[in-house]
Design a protein around this ligand. Structure first.
Ligand code: GUN
Length: 289
């Protein structure tokens, strides 16, 4: 059996069409959703990511600004930019691209972003809201994974989901989202003793480690759903995920490719979060009037 591919580009197109429509509706009421992206330093990968984010916004009709600063920018200067954007009514979402230079405390900067504009979902208030099932912004990559499961009509209730990776950006929020949909969730990480024994029990596997071939065909139960969050380069410099795609594709029921899988969904969910931030702010404005 060859797994069915979950196409992140096709799903993104559908979701972005909805974003464009809702954005047009807000604009008709005089509100243009706005995203501010801050990049500090010259990390080439980050430069590509932020350009893609800003372009995706513009393509869907959102307003977006990119603020680029040299890596000599001080923490105080960055915090003051974040504060200015918190108070800017044309900006509904603020994203500070990570990693930041070593002399800047990234967590302090994230906590300085107003939770109502935290479209990355990295603020402690957002993490707490996710953990307790309260309304708040969900981090874009795991949120995109959930949309991919939804797109194949997958019911997580009672299923065993194994998340490989425990980062604050993907692994931990991913586990919370799966739990919220009534899956039984196992989080595996670098100190997990027998990863294969865990993954072989899984109905859903999310690989989010940042290392090639973390998941191979012999580790997957036939028919399982495999979501690959990895973004790595192989020996030839080609983009690849954490999953040994050619092998796992022969065993899994569904699989996400790299590229064209979770990657485009991350940006799409950033657009969704920014639009929702603008819609919430518009609703508040209407209530106040
Ligand atoms: N660096 C890598 N991925 C991300 C992301 O989703 N958001 C931010 N702010 N920085 C990142």
């Amino acid at each position: 059996m060859t797994a069915q591919r979950i196409d992140g580009n096709a799903l993104s197109l559908q979701l972005r069409a909805d974003v464009a429509q809702r954005t047009a509706a807000l604009k008709a009421n005089g509100i243009t959703p706005g995203l501010a992206v801050i990049l500090v330093g010259e990390n080439p990968a980050s430069q590509v990511y932020v350009r893609n984010k800003v372009k995706a916004c513009r393509d869907s009709g959102l307003h977006s600004v990119l603020e680029q600063y040299p890596d000599t920018m001080s923490e105080v200067e960055l915090l003051s930019r974040v504060e200015a954007l918190n108070n800017d009514p044309s900006i509904h979402g603020i994203l500070v691209q990570l990693p930041l230079p070593a002399h800047i405390d990234a967590q302090k900067v994230i906590e300085a972003i107003s939770p109502v504009k935290d479209v990355d979902g990295f603020h402690i208030a957002s993490a707490g809201a996710l953990m307790t099932g309260m309304p708040g912004f969900w981090p874009c990559t795991p949120y995109g994974c959930m949309k991919m499961l939804e797109s194949i009509g997958y019911d997580l209730k009672g299923k065993h989901a194994v998340v490989i990776g425990r980062s604050n950006i993907v692994g931990k929020p991913m586990a919370m989202m799966l739990l919220q949909k009534n899956a039984t969730v196992t989080i595996c990480h670098s100190a997990t003793q027998n990863l294969k024994a865990m993954t072989l029990q899984a109905d859903v596997i999310v690989a989010a480690v940042g290392k090639r071939k973390v998941l191979t065909a012999d580790m997957v139960k036939p028919g399982a759903v495999v979501l690959d969050v990895g973004m790595n380069r192989n020996e030839e410099g080609k983009l690849c995920g954490d999953v040994d795609f050619a092998g796992v594709e022969q065993v899994a029921g569904y699989i996400t490719p790299v590229p064209g899988g979770v990657g485009p969904m991350t940006i799409t969910m950033l657009l969704v979060n920014t639009l929702e931030a603008a819609e919430r702010s518009a609703a508040c404005t209407l209530i106040q009037k």
